[in-house]
Design a protein around this ligand. Structure first.
Ligand code: GTP
Ligand code: MG
Length: 352
């Protein structure tokens, strides 16, 4: 999974990026012109427990790749994204909008005042405007070709929606229309989280970023953290982090909270594979069929799919070994259309 971190100048994107990934990218005026990239492993106690049993050569966690978008060079600071950013963002699965909610005299704001709700709306409009330009061109093209088909009417609907400054993710579409739009990789259609980056004085407060109301109004999932403090914690030695969080009243680890929120927002879950060579967690969307889950591992396994030997994680753990789980009838043979469940341990039988 790839997540793109966006936001207005000096909203704390790189600070949050460091906090979530443990990276040490330069914050402040030394921001790089390239996007920062880092990959985190998704902690998974099931992978650990299975590894204790299978003693594999390798254990592999699911991963999330974060892209911290470089400051806008071309269009001026009242815009967050430039052409370079748009190219980088095409391939991300989700966006995180980092909104400045911290006061800091030493850090200037591109709009000259801190107003998190205003910036939240401004980003929605910027994303909508970005997509509107593409949609308008497409409508023009279709009309030139005399096409008044399904795509044309869909594009016209999108146009109207975007002209109101509303993102495409709030436009209701049937599955076919959704599939049609997907090929355009519209930014405002991508799932997006709002990240309220609040100051040190907000620690322990309810809704410290003040973004609760606007997030609810716009239908955005909100996650709040104090970027500066979280970054500090992320640079500490592992064993010092929990006591430090405790002392400051920072609550549950921001990375854990973030991963949970992202998985929920994107409707993701994990299935597992376990053997002597490797114990591994794989990320899929909820509702994925066994044959498509196989494809996540390898296209050959998908093509030659015969059956998926399936046992629920809890059933396996209660049995202790695969042989015992089979004895108890907990291992099922599932076909292509089986809907994979979170925590299923799968072994694919295939033939190519
Ligand atoms: N007090 C306070 N300052 C913060 C916080 N988060 C970020 N800052 C400061 O704000 C400035 C900008 O932070 P960055 O993380 O570089 O912001 P950015 O969005 O990556 O900036 P650009 O990439 O230049 O657009 C730095 O001086 C940070 O130290 C915070 O939670 N509290
Ligand atoms: Mg930055």
């Amino acid at each position: 999974m790839k997540v793109g971190i966006i936001g207005f100048a000096r909203s704390g994107k790189t600070t949050v990026f460091n906090a979530l990934t443990g990276a040490k990218a330069a914050v402040g005026a030394y921001g790089s012109r390239e996007a920062n990239v880092a990959v985190i492993k998704v902690p998974d106690a099931r992978v650990d427990a299975l590894s204790d049993i299978f003693k594999p050569k390798k254990r592999t966690y699911a991963e999330i790749e974060f892209l911290d978008i470089a400051p806008n060079e071309a269009a001026g600071e009242e815009k967050a994204l430039d052409a370079n950013a748009l190219t980088v963002l095409k391939n991300v699965d989700a966006l995180v909008h980092v909104v400045r909610a911290f006061a800091n005299q030493a850090v200037s704001h591109p709009m000259n005042s801190v107003d998190a709700a205003r910036d939240t709306r401004a980003m929605e409009e910027e994303l909508a405007l970005t997509d509107l330009i593409i949609v308008e061109r497409r409508v023009e093209r279709l009309e030139k070709e005399g096409r008044r088909d399904r795509e044309h009417s869909l594009m016209v609907r999108c146009q109207g929606h975007l002209e109101e400054g509303r993102p495409l993710r709030t436009l209701e579409l049937d599955p076919q229309e959704d599939a049609l739009l997907r090929s355009f990789t519209f930014l405002s259609r991508k799932p997006m989280m709002l990240l309220g980056n609040y100051g040190e004085d907000g620690i322990g407060a309810e809704n410290p970023s003040g973004l609760g109301a606007v997030a609810a109004e716009l239908g955005l999932v909100l996650i709040e953290l104090c970027g500066a403090m979280e970054m500090e914690v992320s640079q500490l030695a592992e064993e010092d982090r929990a006591p430090f969080r405790e002392e400051l009243g920072l609550g549950e680890e921001s990375r854990t909270r973030f991963i949970q929120t992202a998985y929920d927002l994107l409707g993701l879950m994990s299935f597992l594979t376990a053997g002597e060579p490797e114990v591994r967690a794989w990320t899929i969307r909820k509702g994925t069929h066994a044959v498509d889950a196989a494809g996540v591992i390898h296209s050959d396994i998908q093509r030659g799919f015969i059956r998926a030997e399936t046992v629920a994680y809890e059933d396996f753990m209660a049995s202790g070994t695969m042989a015992k789980a089979k004895e108890k009838g907990k291992v099922r043979l599932e076909g292509k259309d089986y809907v994979v469940q979170d925590g299923d341990i799968l072994h694919f039988r295939f033939n190519v």
